[in-house]
Design a protein around this ligand. Structure first.
Ligand code: BTN
Length: 277
């Protein structure tokens, strides 16, 4: 969208939302319609409701806080004030089996913009964690709603970033594993200003995915995946695997070379980078 073009907003009247209004610049899909809330349960739930009611592609729900934020594998996502919590409705003409690739696509854009705008060496940990100095600063959650014939009706991609959050808000048990922009930069980041290039990058990679398929996105993803080549422990549904992270394939699955030399492909799970032996 060019400056000055019409953008539709739902504003809660909160000062956070007045700022956010400035964020939709220079995109023609992502954020062209923004629903902003001071408080939400989960922006992904709200975006899914908008999607079900026919919301246009790019419709984005953003909230200053969430009290029912969700992470991967049904985990709770703590979302206090100061963070960036938003979810976007996408309507790609793709099969359901390809929907998870959008999560990786968004992760590339997020990591790239943290690097470019904040000069922090953001990395991706499979499948969708955003790390700075080995600590989690954010994550991406993709959830597809099925259409007919194995196609998607729409996908909601949620992005959570601990931008200016106060880390003491988090339980001490996880505090050592997370970070924030504020913690790394020793200053606050202006969220509305950060969202402008972020929305533009999300759109750039989304279009790359639609036009060129997953391969070009995957090659960018690989460059940002600091863990590739490292010893890792993968916790999957039924087992724990220790080995070397070899690659991520065209389906977004992680290939691990186990200590006995065999290769294993995993589609879902958690990854922990281990110290070299
Ligand atoms: C992860 O588990 O790493 C993914 C976390 C995604 C969190 C975001 S915050 C905005 C959106 N709303 C949610 O409830 N979750 C996502």
């Amino acid at each position: 969208m060019k400056d000055g073009e019409q953008v539709a907003f739902t504003l809660s009247g909160h000062s956070f939302c007045a700022e956010i209004k400035k964020a939709a610049k220079g995109t023609s899909i992502i954020g062209t319609r923004i629903h902003c809330f001071a408080e939400a349960g989960s922006t992904s739930d709200l975006a899914r409701d908008f999607g079900r009611r026919g919301a246009s592609e790019g419709t984005t729900v953003i909230a200053s806080t969430q009290d029912e934020g969700r992470g991967r594998l049904g985990r709770r996502w703590i979302s206090p004030e100061g963070g960036i919590w938003f979810s976007t409705v996408l309507r790609p003409n793709i099969g359901l089996k390809d929907a998870s690739k959008l999560t990786l696509t968004f992760a590339v854009a997020v990591a790239e913009i943290i690097r470019r705008e904040l000069k922090l060496k953001a990395e991706i940990r499979w499948p969708n964690d955003i790390l700075v100095k080995g600590r989690k600063v954010g994550g991406v959650l993709g959830e597809a709603t099925a259409g007919s014939d194995g196609r998607v009706s729409f996908v909601v991609v949620g992005v959570g970033l601990n931008a200016n959050v106060d880390l003491t808000f988090f339980p001490t048990s996880i505090r050592g594993t997370i970070t924030s922009f504020r913690e790394e930069l020793k200053r606050d980041v202006k969220i509305a200003d950060f969202l402008v290039p972020l929305f533009q990058a999300l759109e750039k990679y989304y279009l790359l995915f639609l036009d060129g398929g997953f391969e070009p996105v995957l090659s960018e993803w690989r460059k940002l995946a600091g863990f590739l080549g490292s010893r890792v422990k993968a916790t999957c549904v039924a087992e724990k695997l220790v080995g070397r992270a070899v690659d991520v394939d065209v389906d977004g699955a992680l290939l691990i070379k186990l200590e006995d030399g065999t290769e294993k492909k995993i589609f879902t799970g958690d990854l922990l980078e281990l110290k070299p032996e």
